[in-house]
Design a protein around this ligand. Structure first.
Ligand SMILES: [Zn+2]
Length: 374
């Protein structure tokens, strides 16, 4: 394991100007994965199963939380909780042999600003990842959204010689492939439902994921008091079980992702996560439309344009989803491209009835409450 260099303690006086210009060689694809998130334990909640699978596949894994978790307590002082949560982050990462990079900013102070972006860029350049997992650009919490934006931008400008990181780390030119995990509850801040584009089967890593989450003992103890014994761990399992049910071939536990557009991040389009975890990735999620009385399920395949196939909905949805779709059939008019004139839309009947559409997982009150406290 290549040790991560500490960059969290950068001060302005430590800034260094870039060295004289040198042509950066094209670096070979690394076998390094980096998971970033706003707070200690966010990675464990949303992405740790997939990261554990990448570790098993031989990837050098890193976890980087941009926030230091200083607001995640009602008992400790600022300094105490930062130290505690940093130690918990290291402990959780050690479960899968990953390197942990401690937070750079206080909770709620994760803003999309140049100084923080320079510091996040330093970590990305230092780690030199090929695969980056990060949070959803739409999420209930500004910290999560800003962390996602900072990660995307840091990956984008990792190779820009004139973008000065703090501290200075030489630009890197490896291809980067970026994946966004699901937001909490698979819903955005405007109540929009957000569907993953693929599901990773993490069934045999769910215990590892739970152990990683258990290492964040300060959060578990706090929530045990307020929400019941092990609610913290149960909420994580519920979320993964909901994702698993979304897969076309349902699995016990899954993690959902959407891949970021490759432009600016890699020389050519690709999907190394899908290639490495091929047998565990169900890569066909899907835009579901409904035309008249016949549903169509449109999906993409790896490395092909979206929507090459149309298949009868009822023939390919699992039985429980067929039933839920049938319940939501009488809906607002909607005409996707190419639909016949007598086309009706898919989702509004369910919305009028106050229910989620079929592709959204059941929302867990305990999960929402858990996230609201970090
Ligand atoms: Zn969080």
């Amino acid at each position: 394991m290549r040790p991560g260099r500490a960059v969290a303690g950068c001060r302005l006086s430590q800034r260094r100007r870039p060295p004289e210009y040198e042509e950066q060689p094209k670096m070979p694809d690394s076998r390094i994965a980096l998971a970033t998130a706003a707070h200690p334990d966010d990675v464990e909640f949303m992405m740790a199963g997939t990261l554990a699978l990448l570790a098993d596949a031989g990837y050098e894994c890193h976890i980087f939380t941009i926030g230091n978790g200083n607001c995640g307590t009602v008992t400790h002082t600022h300094e105490e909780i930062i130290r505690i949560r940093g130690a918990e982050g290291h402990s959780a990462a050690s479960v899968i042999g990953a390197t942990y990079h401690e937070g750079l900013a206080n909770d709620i102070e994760i803003f999309y600003d140049p100084e923080l972006l320079r510091r996040v860029t330093a970590v990305v350049r230092e780690v030199q990842p090929q695969i980056v997992l990060t949070q959803s650009p739409q999420d209930y919490m500004e910290d999560h959204q800003n962390s996602s934006r900072l990660t995307v931008s840091a990956c984008f400008c990792r190779g820009m010689r004139n973008w000065v990181s703090h501290p200075w780390v030489a630009p890197t030119m490896q291809d980067v492939y970026l994946y966004h995990c699901q937001p909490y509850g698979s819903v955005g801040p405007l109540r929009e439902h957000i569907a993953p584009s693929f599901i990773v089967d993490v069934t045999d890593k769910i215990d590892v994921k739970e152990e990683m989450l258990r290492r964040h003992a300060s959060q578990k103890e706090w929530l045990d008091v307020s929400q019941g014994k092990d609610a913290y761990l149960a909420a994580m399992r519920e979320g993964c079980a909901g994702m698993g049910k979304l897969a076309p071939r349902p699995v016990a536990y899954g993690e959902g992702f959407r891949q970021h557009l490759h432009v600016g991040l890699s020389a050519k389009d690709g999907d190394p996560l899908g290639e490495v975890l091929r047998e565990r990735v169900q890569n066909l999620w899907a835009v579901v439309w409904e035309c008249g009385s016949v549903g169509v399920w449109e999906f993409k395949l790896p490395h092909t344009p979206i929507l090459p196939y149309r298949l009868p909905l009822r023939a390919h949805l699992p039985p429980q989803q067929r039933g839920r779709w049938a319940a939501g059939r009488r809906s607002r008019p909607h005409r996707p491209p190419g639909c016949p004139a007598a086309c009706s839309g898919p989702r509004s009947a369910a919305r009028r009835a106050g229910r989620s559409p079929s592709w959204a997982p059941e929302r867990s009150p305990s999960s929402d409450a858990t996230c609201g406290r970090r």
